[in-house]
Design a protein around this ligand. Sequence first.
Ligand code: BTN
Length: 261
Amino acid sequence: MEDSLSPASITNNLKTHLVGRRVIYYPTLTSTMDVAKREAAGRGAVEGTVVIAGEQTAGKGRINRTWLSSKGSLALSLILYPKVVHLPCLIMLASLAVVHSIEAVTGLKAEVKWPNDVLIDGRKVCGILIENQVVGNTVDYAIIGIGVNVNIRLSDFPEILPIATSLSDELDGDVSLLDITQRLLVEIERLYLALLAGESIYEEWRDRLVTLGREIEVRSGEKVYTGIAESVARDGSLLLRQRDGSLTQIVAGDATLGDYK
Ligand code: BTN
């Protein structure tokens, strides 16, 4: 199976108008986030520009973590210029788009762990990092970074083996990186256009969360909360029922489910 991408292969027959109308591809790169931010500065890049790397040498994760991004995985950053009101929905959009693409291309069942990890059978297959620049009431840019473990053998990465998986490990065979990439861009565009048309994607995101109703631990900055994940608000924040009965709203954090996956 052809396992490397090119701008031409991605844009050829791509059924989108906005997302992916410009594709910048690097076989090797530090991080697609760095290039996307540079391109987006001053709105220099057309909306929908996608930066893709065959592998990243300094992939960025949430909360200043690193993201392992070797050959065979998908690493992309998408440049959007949404309104401020749409910013909280980008987390929902990205995780739903990943879930839909994985299910469509592989038939595997994927789920979302708050705020925006995508899991298969309790193990992380995709991470999403969103970096926005907002000045006053104007969004300079929003960058959605998505990393999917497509064709990598987790046994080669013992440090993440207990908590991570890949599509090829789940299927015991390789998946077309091109099919996953194109489907992802199509799903992102569909959801983004729905948002711009005033439709809500919150309900679907909420219903796909594997977190709700579960005993969880959430790290948010220096604080650690435990309790039952009761619900999520429309802005994407988590409503956590703590053991003393109080309800805490957590805007950003990292959740561990009760089964410690
Ligand atoms: C996380 O779960 O911590 C988020 C990981 C996000 C990884 C992606 S890969 C493409 C883009 N470029 C990066 O350097 N990071 C994001």
